[in-house]
Ligand binder design. Structure first.
Ligand SMILES: [Zn+2]
Length: 435
């Protein structure tokens, strides 16, 4: 197997441009055989449903609640809703630990030998058991990753921009961070407004509800920081290394996303009209600044241009996601032998990134820049997992199916010769379908 020293890309990067990391080539069989774990859905349901029932049953007796609000319903506010949503969706594999922590806090503040305390002991046992089960199943995957790292024989260069993807704040979804900061900002602004606009002279006169929200938001931010640090430490125990994996959304631990309706700016020529597409004035920042919206009216990438191509010309671009526009589906990967390099798969919940390198070890073709891995997550059923299609402004695209099509069919082109187990169906006035 080649190493980077003899690889064709080694001259392009100076040693200072990045850091050398080891690369392991994973076969399709190895990738498909990654042991399953308890799906995130069941971890979340197993933690938060009992927690909800638990809190609801004992809310009358929670002495701590009486100090801060009139009761359970007195706590419902924007910040508390953000708190709950961030915990439920952001806690991931650590949800049982949070369940254990919250139950422990409730236990600690109850009078001794009360009914609630006995109740909490049962809950503590339950969350303890769930935490051990999830941790044991996650440790299995980590040990597989460590053994892959030891077996690695290749290497590639990781640019410093890519290394920043593994900073300590990157182990929690941006949505959870935004919720935490939003939950903090709202009561802070309200309290500041109240302080300066009324004749309130001391902080203790301020609205108790907002003061409580502020505390809750600070607790949420602390939980987010704690989760992020714990996950960062967990990922360091495996280490940052590269894997060359098969591009298949239906096997392995990482789901995939593809950028649809997008065109790489580099591919543009001076006659291309994609840059003029009105969608490129999108207010939302693009997912990846290397892409812009592909225009349906472009002379090179538009609907008419694609429909005019001969079969052999079409086959040359058939693997490019932009060809299918909104009609892009996971079928573009059926039977494909494309592969990609990813860095940062360090366990369930980790967020690997795709890394470009000018060569592959595993045979097959390198998947285009349009594909990227998503956070490693066990679905309920891997074989039903679909390729996530988004546009450059991060809107999810749902494809119309060929059955719903009312347009006149032009022709059907088998894509087998380019390694895709599907047919492209070209229709009048719209992007081709994959069937
Ligand atoms: Zn164009």
């Amino acid at each position: 197997m080649e190493t980077e020293k003899s690889g064709p890309g080694s001259t392009a990067l100076s040693p200072k441009a990045g850091k050398q990391i080891v690369l392991k080539q994973v076969t399709r069989e190895e990738w498909a055989a990654v042991p399953r774990t308890i799906p995130n859905f069941w971890v979340a349901a197993g933690t938060w449903i009992p927690m909800g029932i638990n809190l609801f049953l004992i809310h009358d007796q929670l002495s701590a609640l009486a100090l801060v609000a009139d009761g359970l319903w007195g706590l419902v506010s924007l910040s508390m809703i953000a708190f709950a949503i961030a915990l439920i969706f952001g806690s991931g594999r650590q949800a049982p630990w949070l369940g254990l922590g919250i139950t422990g806090i409730i236990y600690y503040f109850q009078p001794h030998h009360s009914t609630i305390q006995t109740f909490m002991v049962v809950a503590l046992g339950y969350y303890g058991l769930l935490s051990i089960l999830v941790a044991a199943s996650d440790a299995r995957f980590k040990s597989l990753l460590r053994s892959w790292r030891r077996e690695a024989t290749g290497s590639l260069t990781l640019a410093s921009a890519e290394r920043r993807c593994f900073g300590v704040t990157k182990y929690l979804s941006p949505v959870a961070w935004n919720l935490a900061l939003g939950a903090l900002a709202y009561p802070a602004v309200r309290l500041a407004w109240e302080y300066f606009s009324t004749e309130t002279s001391s902080l203790s006169d301020l609205d108790a509800g907002f003061r409580f929200d502020l505390l809750a938001a600070m607790a949420l931010l602390a939980v987010c920081c704690l989760l992020s640090i714990l996950r960062w430490i967990g990922s360091r125990s495996v280490g940052i290394f590269a894997l060359e994996i098969p591009v298949d959304a239906q096997i392995g631990p990482t789901p995939l996303r593809v950028l649809g309706q997008a065109i790489l700016i580099e591919q543009e020529t001076w006659i291309c009209g994609c840059r003029d597409s009105e969608k490129n004035e999108s207010k939302k920042p693009f997912v990846d600044p290397r892409f812009i919206f592909a225009s349906d009216f472009c002379q090179v990438h538009g609907i008419e241009a694609v429909n005019k191509l001969s079969h052999s010309e079409f086959l040359q671009i058939a693997q490019q996601p932009w060809v299918y526009g909104r009609n892009l589906t996971g079928k573009i990967l059926y039977g494909t032998r494309q592969r990609m390099n990813i860095v940062g798969l360090t366990g369930w919940g980790s967020r690997p990134v795709a890394v470009r390198s000018p060569w592959l070890y595993g045979g097959g073709e390198q998947a285009s820049d349009y594909y990227a891995p998503l956070a490693a997550r066990e679905p309920l059923n891997r074989s039903k997992r679909v390729l996530k299609v988004i546009d450059p402004a991060d809107n999810t695209l749902a494809a119309e199916s060929l059955q719903e099509n009312t347009r006149e069919e032009i022709d059907r082109i088998s894509l087998r010769s380019v390694g895709i187990d599907a047919e492209a169906v070209r229709v009048q006035g719209a992007r081709p379908f994959l069937a």
